[in-house]
Each structure stands twice: as structure tokens, then as C-alpha cells.
Ligand binder design. Structure first.
Ligand code: SAH
Length: 281
């Protein structure tokens, strides 16, 4: 009887702690939304007088960023700063996520492509706003972790694929919006091809390891686009094919996935997975 009582008491304490932690996270997240809302007001030249839309701010307020970072700490997650997510990659600063999402003008019925899944956070934001989100990641461990996080959090309208996003994902498109979250010197032609008429592509364009121009490309007609530079940003590089370390990881992933019963593309190369890449979730 005494043991049962102690067990119940300790469970109550744990529940209280978890609830207090959750409440703290809700407060920190609300503060983050306020920070990016006011930050947006100082970016009138990019966002106009209206700033970030209510839908984008709502999605930022509903998405639990702390569950997408390794530390899972709310005090770290809701500061307006980029954070490491492993494999030398980073999750973008929340304001930049909101800015890119805003510039993509995602409507509820849209199908959206993201290149550079990373932690899955940007994909989760898009999942709140769009009908379907397809996201591609070139690093196997990140693709697998993001697919798991998104599945655990019941983001049922997101599909994650392991591969090189340069070729886009034709089977998933065409897309009303495409967001690329890694920097490259040019906009990949296959991505423009997979944009619907009137569709928007948002991407950091410029050299690696320095600042780039956050660029918005709009498809205005067959073979016609308009391009504008929105803001200076600094993103991790867009990589084209797996380096040696990645190749080893792909092979490890391959073996692990065989054990776990996943279906996986046979190739150890990520460079040509547009039609045969592994869909993780
Ligand atoms: N959007 C992510 C952050 C992305 S960081 C988030 O919300 O967490 C950029 C990501 O792009 C990295 O994970 C990197 O591995 C990935 N990447 C770089 N080149 C790529 C390519 N060619 N295809 C797909 N993903 C790529």
C-alpha cells in the first residue's frame, strides 16, 4: 500500500514537472513569435507594411521547435538564432524561417517542395500551411531523424526523401511553392521546371561560406520567370553528391534500413535519386 502511494506521488511530481516545462515552452515560443513579429516590422522593404501574415505567425506559434533540435531545450530553441542539428548543419534562425515561408506565399491547398530537410522544422511549419509537403535531404542521418520526428509528431502531410534535391521531386509536384534551405550559386533549372505557373521559389543564391542573396523567383509564364533579391542571408552550402563520409553513412543507413525492413534505393550515390530515391515518411 505504502509503495503504491509513493509511486502515485512520484508520478504526480513527474506530471507536474512536465506540465511546468510545457508551460515554460509555450511562454518561450510566444515570446519568439513576438520577437519575429516586431523584427518583421523593421523589414518593410522586404515584407511591406503588413509584415508577416497571421497564418505564418500562427504556424510559428504552433510548431514545437524544441522537438527538432538535439538538446530539446525550450530556452535554447526559442531564442531567435540558428542552432546546430548535427552533421555540421544548422536549423535556421526562426525569423529567417518565417521570412522564407512568407515569401513563398503558401495557400492551404498548395503542394510545396523543400530542398534541405535538415531537422524537419521548416517542413513542419510548411505542413501547417499547405496541403502537402515534400522534402528532400542529402545527409542520411538527418533525413532519417527528421522523418522520425515528423512521424512522431503526426505531420501526416509531409513526405521525406533521402537524395540530392537538385533534381527536385517530379513525382510529388508540380509545386505552388519551393523553398531551398542551402546556398548555391544558381537556381537549379529542374526546380523552376517543377514550379506551377504563378509558383514561387525562395532560395539563398550565392557562394558558400559567405553571405548570399535570399532570392525569390516567380514563374510568370511557360519558360518565363521574374527574380528579385529579398535580403542578405548566410546559409550552409548546397552539396551535390555525397562525400566519402556521407557515402559511408548511406551504406550504414542501407544496412540498418534492411534490418528495419525499409525499402531503400540500391544506389550508394545520392546524385540521381529523383525517381528512385528513398521515401522515408
Ligand atoms: N530546413 C532545415 C535546415 C536546413 S540546413 C531545418 O528546418 O532544419 C540545410 C540542409 O540542406 C542540410 O541539412 C543539408 O544537408 C541539406 N542539403 C544540402 N545540399 C542538399 C541537396 N543537394 N539536396 C538535399 N539537401 C541538401
Amino acid at each position: 500500500m505504502r509503495t503504491l502511494l509513493l509511486l502515485v506521488l512520484s508520478m504526480v511530481t513527474v506530471v507536474r514537472e512536465v506540465t511546468a516545462q510545457d508551460a515554460q515552452c509555450v511562454l518561450e515560443r510566444a515570446a519568439m513569435v513576438e520577437t519575429i513579429r516586431s523584427y518583421a516590422r523593421s523589414h518593410v522593404s522586404v515584407l511591406g507594411q503588413q509584415g508577416l501574415s497571421g497564418r505564418v505567425l500562427e504556424a510559428m506559434g504552433q510548431t514545437q521547435r524544441h522537438l527538432f533540435i538535439p538538446e530539446r531545450s525550450c530556452s535554447i530553441a526559442y531564442a531567435d538564432m540558428p542552432l546546430p542539428i548535427g552533421a555540421g548543419q544548422t536549423i535556421s534562425q526562426p525569423f529567417i524561417v518565417a521570412l522564407m515561408t512568407q515569401l513563398a506565399y503558401v495557400a492551404p491547398d498548395d503542394v510545396v517542395l523543400e530542398v534541405g530537410t535538415g531537422s524537419g522544422y521548416q517542413a513542419a511549419i510548411l505542413a501547417h500551411l499547405a496541403r502537402k509537403v515534400c522534402t528532400i535531404e542529402i545527409i542520411p542521418q538527418l533525413a532519417a531523424a527528421a522523418a522520425k520526428t515528423l512521424k512522431d509528431l503526426a505531420y501526416d502531410n509531409v513526405s521525406v526523401r533521402l537524395g540530392d534535391g537538385y533534381a527536385g521531386w517530379p513525382d510529388c509536384g508540380p509545386f505552388e511553392a519551393i523553398i531551398v534551405t542551402a546556398a548555391l550559386g544558381h537556381v537549379p533549372a529542374p526546380l523552376i521546371e517543377q514550379l506551377k505557373l504563378g509558383g514561387r521559389l525562395v532560395m539563398p543564391v550565392g557562394p558558400a561560406y559567405t553571405t548570399q542573396q535570399l532570392t525569390v523567383v516567380e514563374k510568370t509564364g511557360p519558360g518565363k520567370t521574374t527574380t528579385r533579391a529579398a535580403s542578405l542571408v548566410r546559409f550552409v552550402p548546397f552539396t551535390r553528391s555525397p562525400d566519402k563520409a556521407n557515402r559511408r553513412l548511406i551504406l550504414e543507413q542501407h544496412l540498418r534500413s534492411r534490418l528495419a525492413g525499409w525499402s531503400l534505393a540500391e544506389s550508394a550515390s545520392c546524385s540521381n535519386l529523383s525517381a528512385s530515391g528513398q521515401k522515408l515518411h
